[in-house]
Write a protein that binds this ligand. Structure first.
Ligand SMILES: O=C(O)CCC(=O)C(=O)O
Length: 273
């Protein structure tokens, strides 16, 4: 169950946001997640990290559960299947409303999530290498796909915020990225060579708790080390619209961490016209 209705957008706001998303490949929305929901979700993030799964469903990859604070980037896939409060957060209607406005879509549905904890002091092992999300979905999915990224902690310039490369959504699928690579400069070099241009303008998505950014499936993005005092905590929420689908001949059981669109626990609809 969701806790609050999204604030209505004016038509002018919707038009301006959609134009920016199309032009630049990302959009930074005003804070969308209510503080009371963030307060309820924080202990649930700690619980899932420790291996406590409220629904009895483990996240993908069955992480063993850890007692010690992390020392490198933690990425737990589909924690929303394991926990009802996390499910409530990732399917919040304000995210759906903005996502629909950015894409002019009639329906928005979650199809996978990542719970991300970037600990302080993790140096390069906290980095997320430059990549395009579609590199990881291309085999199974096609059409309109994108990501909402929700800040749970205060994501400052020091905490290793996500960085977008402006306009890279127009570069096509380069397949030169690597989410798991830590050497950002080497990956950047590879992407620029593949793209045949030295154009590269980075924008940091600095977000307060509850802030949300959206990015296109082809937008190049990554993040550097967390130099702040506390962990950078967030969710990447992968979204589809009615203009996307499973590729012909692909079976859900072969789609890795992507959830079957027909499964309401794995794929909650967060907006419907
Ligand atoms: O959290 C990050 O720094 C990157 C997350 C990411 O790759 C994504 O949201 O698609």
């Amino acid at each position: 169950m969701n806790t609050s209705d999204p604030a209505p957008l004016t038509e002018a706001e919707e038009r301006a946001a959609a134009a920016q998303f199309e032009r630049e490949g990302f959009f930074i929305a005003p804070p969308l997640i209510p503080p009371e929901l963030l307060a309820r979700v924080r202990p649930r993030i700690a619980a899932v990290y420790a291996g406590d799964y409220e629904t009895g469903i483990p996240p993908n990859g069955n992480p063993p559960g850890a007692k010690e604070p992390p020392s490198a980037l933690v990425k737990i896939d589909n924690a929303h299947r394991s926990d009802r409060t996390i499910h409530e957060l990732v399917s919040h209607p304000a995210i759906g409303r903005w996502a629909a406005a950015l894409n002019g879509s009639r329906m928005v549905q979650v199809f996978a999530t990542q719970m991300l904890i970037k600990p302080p002091g993790s140096q390069g092992s906290g980095n997320v290498g430059w990549h395009q999300d579609y590199e990881y979905w291309e085999g199974a999915l096609q059409g309109e796909l994108f990501t909402a990224w929700v800040a749970v902690s205060d994501v400052t310039a020091e905490s290793g915020p996500m960085r977008f490369v402006r306009g890279s959504n127009h570069w096509g699928l380069l397949k030169a990225g690597d989410f798991f690579g830590h050497n950002l400069d080497a990956i950047k070099q590879r992407i620029m060579e593949k793209n045949g241009t030295s154009a590269w303008q980075e924008v940091a998505a600095v977000l307060p708790p509850g802030g949300v950014s959206f990015h296109h499936r082809l937008s190049v993005h990554g993040s550097g080390p967390n130099l702040a005092a506390g962990p950078r905590v967030s969710f990447a929420i992968h979204l589809r619209t009615e203009k996307s689908g499973l590729r012909d001949g692909v079976r859900w059981q072969d789609a890795g961490y992507l959830n079957d669109f027909a499964d309401p626990q794995g794929c909650p609809v967060c907006y419907r016209e």
